[in-house]
Write a protein that binds this ligand. Structure first.
Ligand SMILES: C[S@@+](CC[C@H](N)C(=O)[O-])C[C@H]1O[C@@H](n2cnc3c(N)ncnc32)[C@H](O)[C@@H]1O
Length: 218
């Protein structure tokens, strides 16, 4: 009698864990970046950004600790609808430029923070040399997994601080080109380009998490 009960308990336990693990999503087999048109449509119906609050807050905390001066030049890649810019403005940072490949994302950012409407531009992550802005900090929150991260990072000047966050899970709509499963993987991938200063793991649940880090470009 006890054997069937044990088997049932085992099946329930296994199914529960398998289901949680499947939250990590299916790998992006094509490994191709989503198009600009795709990102245009993404912001036509804006998504709920509030879930990312802990990531924005932690990134801000890292920035505050790293650089206490409020007029430091901050460049944000893939700023989307400008949520992190909202945090920066509230914290009295003044010298900011955010860019994104999505016009609808940038339009939304301008609408959400009208006081900063000139601080948002449509631009590609691969043409940094065309950006006329003096920055000491680059922010990349949930962006590096969407782009050729090494190509982007190789454009950054030595001495620049990078604050970023990267997930360990795939996206349901093939937005992620890769995932970053652990700290060692992140360090190994970027070690040629930067020296890491801080690492923080934010867990959404037992399996899904993001690493938030700061580093200095060498
Ligand atoms: C997951 S969203 C993150 C948005 C924002 N950082 C946030 O946390 O709310 C990824 C962003 O990267 C932008 N993006 C994707 N490819 C890009 C590229 N090649 N150049 C600039 N931005 C890009 C997308 O338009 C999108 O807004």
């Amino acid at each position: 009698m006890t054997t069937p009960i044990l088997i049932i308990i085992f099946i329930i336990f296994f199914a529960y864990h398998f289901n949680k693990k499947s939250n990590l999503g299916k790998p992006n087999k094509k490994g191709r970046e989503q198009t600009q048109k795709y990102y245009e449509e993404k912001y036509i119906t804006p998504y709920h950004i509030d879930v990312y609050k802990p990531v924005f807050k932690k990134s801000l905390k890292i920035l505050n600790k790293l650089i206490p001066t409020k007029d430091i030049g901050i460049l944000e890649v893939g700023c989307g609808m400008g949520e992190f810019a909202k945090y920066l403005r509230k914290e009295s940072y003044t010298n900011y430029l955010g860019f994104d490949i999505s016009t609808s994302g940038i339009d939304l950012a301008k609408k959400r923070i009208p006081e900063w409407d000139e601080k948002f531009i449509v631009h590609s992550a691969y043409e940094l040399e065309d950006i006329d802005f003096d920055y000491k900090v680059v922010v990349a929150i949930e962006v590096l997994e969407h782009i050729n991260d090494l190509k982007f990072i190789s454009q950054l000047k030595p001495g620049t601080h990078l604050i970023g966050s990267v997930p360990n899970y795939w996206s349901s709509n093939d937005e992620h080109l890769r995932v970053y499963p652990n700290k060692l993987n992140i360090w190994w991938r970027f070690k040629k380009y930067m020296i890491f200063k801080t690492f923080y793991k934010h867990k959404w649940n037992r399996y899904r998490f993001v690493h938030i880090f700061s580093a200095q470009i060498i």
